[in-house]
Design a protein around this ligand. Structure first.
Ligand code: SF4
Length: 690
């Protein structure tokens, strides 16, 4: 029996051993597993450092007056204080005066119990999570097209057998390098404004790099669909047998001749035709999307346009070809299934569906009428904090919205308006540093639980180490607060196995059915992919016979291009886009505390084309001030011809004056409520002596 656990970071969830010899710091090393094939990235190799870091929190912290310092207190004092304040705010302002902000990094059990805690113990509709900023557009587009959203509806190793893989807005060579072990053989078509490490690999192995102007990849997908049809490459038998809506979708693509597409996107017309031919000629091909397609005010439609292309080529629902979304956060998949989204109950059920409410209420032992309805989406929730009619208190679990939210200075101002801010975290993140109460929780290698990776594969997190004294698990924290708010102890168990069993019952019959998941199956090494409706079930490949809509057919979406929410002008003449680098993860709260990673990427940078640098008076290595209509950030200039001349790139892992999200635009997608992280109009200025 393997005693491996899984990496604390991204959705690949590489398997690893974590060991600590007596008197020595713990260390991680790769474990055999199908997704990482014995590899780890730099973040995985160094992930154990934070377990023994002097920077981790080991006692609750309480700030008793505004402007005062956080001071250590015992657990009873901290939890009593939080529960008393929550009860007082609820009594005075109503249940929605209290809000909860969760995370796509929490285990399935925590995600589930947090949603239940919000709806039952607090009675609030005001719960959402940071996954709203991550892959909510792909979830909405996947549901629209297939009737069900699972990031990859096939196991990752299937990719290795393809001839061609198109990656739109994803850079796994940098963000999840072990995934590239599955992409060594196929030729790649990489769609990205930057010539990323993944694009370099595509160019090396006979593939292509298409570099659209930011905010125009929906137009590029329409142009590719046009090129497929114009060159006689449609899979008409598949379209007739397995889909509906092609003609309506085509009406939006009909004008997008490659030459017209080139004018809007900057991608040469001949490259568009060649990419269409390469995809159509492949005996096995996949279309994969990432955050680059999603984080737009039209993110759902953009992902739909890429799914339309995959459907036109007859890829989804067949062995050896398909469409998938590369989920980002560690439990980005499971975190969106168990009820911490503003509009959902466990099992991927809609919170406004009476039958779903009745089922979940029965499992929870409450009256369905007592369950609140849908709440605000993540940014709308953060923006309402402390304002008229908005929540007065916020509980944050496993997230750092002071850095990771768009237009982050505005969000920090909203956090500062709260009557009560509580965080559960293991380090003093930027959000925790603003809090009134900070609750120190156990880390990934110190607790049991399950995760669901980007393939919909269930994984076992194992407690390989003992947490330091003074630290509690998130489940214990939730239970401790629930009891103080008058809930029976058995309704909020701290045992992850008990929570998993209840999660299974609550999800039974839902789209993401976990009722047949058990620790015993995972412990025995079974490969378990959801839906899992019974103790023998596993579903590695979805949609082979039919899609999840009632008629079994996939839906083309009738989607048209529209420009980004803001445009360049003489004052803000450049576009800024944001993303990740290999050495850091998300808001950087963890990775900025790891020596090797910080040494490799110590500060924010901005990638600038040499021509743009010359026009802006900025040399390589100079300090630049990047300014948008919302704020400014400081970053070290990296001149590179990987950048477009009209676009700069900044990583979003840094905080304070180096935070890329000081620039970003909170314009929201009308369906997914995803903010437009990927397009901001900016200017560059020298900052200080050059
Ligand atoms: Fe694997 Fe992602 Fe962890 Fe890197 S960060 S080791 S790719 S799970």
């Amino acid at each position: 029996m393997s005693r491996a656990t899984h990496c604390p970071y991204c959705a690949l969830q590489c398997a690893m051993f974590v060991e600590a010899a007596p008197g020595q710091a713990p260390a991680s090393r790769p474990a055999p597993f199908p997704t990482n094939r014995g590899g780890l990235c730099r973040k995985g190799w160094t992930s154990a450092e934070l377990l023994a870091s002097p920077q981790r929190l080991t006692a609750p912290l309480l700030r008793t007056r505004r402007g005062g310092d956080l001071a250590e207190v015992d657990w009873d004092t901290a939890l009593d204080h939080v529960a008393d304040r929550l009860a007082a705010l609820r009594a005075r302002h109503g249940a929605d005066a209290v809000a909860v902000f969760g995370s796509g990094g929490l285990t399935n059990e925590k995600s589930y119990l947090l949603g239940k805690f919000a709806r039952v113990a607090l009675g609030t509709s005001q719960i959402d999570y940071n996954g709203r900023f991550c892959m909510s557009s792909a979830a909405a587009a996947g549901n629209r097209a297939f009737g069900l959203d699972r990031g990859l509806p096939f196991p990752l190793p299937d990719l290795a057998g393809a001839e061609v893989v198109l990656l739109a807005g994803a850079n796994p060579a940098e963000t999840m390098p072990p995934m590239m072990r599955h992409l060594a053989a196929p030729r790649l078509i990489v769609v990205d404004p930057r010539r990323t490490a993944t694009a370099e690999q595509a160019l090396k192995n006979g593939g292509m790099h298409l570099a659209p102007r930011p905010g125009t990849d929906l137009a590029l997908a329409l142009g590719l669909l046009h090129a497929v049809r114009a060159q006689g490459l449609l899979d008409t038998d598949y379209i007739a047998a397995r889909t509906t809506g092609f003609e309506d979708a085509w009406r939006h693509a009909a004008a997008w001749w490659p030459e017209q597409t080139e004018q809007v996107t900057g991608v040469p017309a001949e490259h568009i035709r060649a990419a269409a031919r390469m995809l159509a000629a492949a005996s096995g091909a996949y279309v994969l999307t990432g955050r680059g397609t999603e984080q737009h005010a039209k993110g759902t439609d953009t992902v739909s346009a890429w799914i339309n292309l995959a459907l036109a080529l007859g890829l989804p629902g067949r062995v050896g070809s398909g469409y998938g979304c590369i989920t980002g956060q560690g439990n980005g998949q499971g975190g969106r299934e168990h009820g911490q989204k503003a509009d959902q109950l466990p099992g991927y059920r809609r919170i406004d569906d009476p039958a779903a409410r009745a089922h979940v209420a029965r499992v929870w032992g409450v009256d369905p009428g007592s369950l609140p309805g849908p709440g605000r989406s993540a940014f709308e929730l953060l923006d309402a904090l402390g304002g008229p009619g908005g929540p007065r208190a916020l509980l944050v679990f496993g997230s750092n919205p002071a850095v990771s939210a768009p237009d982050s200075e505005r969000v920090r101002n909203r956090l500062a308006r709260l009557d009560l801010l509580v965080t559960a975290d293991f380090v003093l993140s930027e959000t925790a540093a603003m809090a009134d109460v900070v609750l120190p929780v156990a880390q990934w290698a110190e607790e049991e639980g399950t995760m669901t990776n980007l393939e919909g594969r269930l994984l076992r997190r194992r407690a390989l180490l003992t947490p330091p004294p003074g630290v509690r698990t998130d489940l214990e924290v939730i239970g401790g607060l629930a009891r103080r708010l008058g809930q029976p102890a058995e309704r909020f168990p701290a045992d992850p196995g008990a929570v998993l069993a209840e999660l299974g019952a609550a999800s039974a019959g839902g789209a993401a059915d976990y009722s047949g998941v058990s620790v015993e199956r995972l412990e025995a090494g079974e490969e378990v992919f959801w839906p899992v409706p019974d103790s023998a079930a596993t579903t590695p490949r979805l949609f082979l016979d039919s899609f999840a809509h009632p008629d079994g057919r996939a839906r083309f979406a009738a989607v048209g291009h529209r420009p980004p929410a803001e445009a360049v002008d003489p004052e803000y003449p450049l576009l800024a886009t944001t993303g990740r680098v290999m050495g850091h993860y998300q808001s950087g709260a963890q990775t900025r505390r790891i020596g090797e990673l910080t040494a490799a990427e110590p500060e924010a940078f901005v990638e600038v084309h040499p021509d743009t640098g010359a026009r802006s008076g900025l040399a390589d290595g100079a300090l630049a001030r990047v300014v948008s209509r919302r704020g400014a950030t400081l970053a070290r200039v990296r001149l590179t011809d990987r950048a477009r001349t009209d676009t700069v790139f900044l990583p979003f892992h840094f905080a304070g004056p180096q935070a890329a999200n000081n620039l970003t635009n909170a314009a929201l997608d009308p369906t997914s409520r995803m903010p437009e992280f990927k397009v901001s109009a900016v200017r560059l200025e020298p900052a200080g002596p050059q």
